[in-house]
Design a protein around this ligand. Sequence first.
Ligand SMILES: [Zn+2]
Ligand SMILES: [Zn+2]
Length: 135
Amino acid sequence: MTPTAPPYHGSCLCSGVKYQVTAAIRAVSHCHCTMCRKAHGAAFGSYGSVPGDAHVFIAGEELLRRYASSAQATRTFCSVCGSPMLWQGKGHYADWVSFPLSTLDTPYLAPKQKHIHTASKAPWYDIADHWPQSM
Ligand SMILES: [Zn+2]
Ligand SMILES: [Zn+2]
C-alpha cells in the first residue's frame, strides 16, 4: 500500500455519519486509558489528530451525540450505531481534534505512532510492536 495524502474520508459503522479531513494526519496515538477502552470496546483507541478546522462532518451531523467523559474531554459518537467519531480536549490542544483511525475509509499509513496511558492498559493485552510507549 502506498501512503495517501489529504483529503481523507471516513464514516461510522452505519454510514450515516461521514467526514472529511483536509490536513495531514498528525500525532497518531493508541490510547490505553480506561475511558478509551470502554468507548471503543477494544484494547485501546487509535487516533489521528488534526487542527479542528481540518475535520469537517459532511453528512449525518444530526445523528451525533456528545458525552463529556471527564472535565477535560468530550467524545462525539453516532447515536445510531455507536461508533466513536471524535475526541476533543480542553486546555492546551483545544483547537485540535482526534478521530478514531478505524473510521477512515481512505487507506492510510501512519509513519509514526505511539502508545499512551499504558499504565492503565488491559491486562489481557500485550503491546508487541516497536512504537514508543508512555504511561
Ligand atoms: Zn452510525
Ligand atoms: Zn484515552
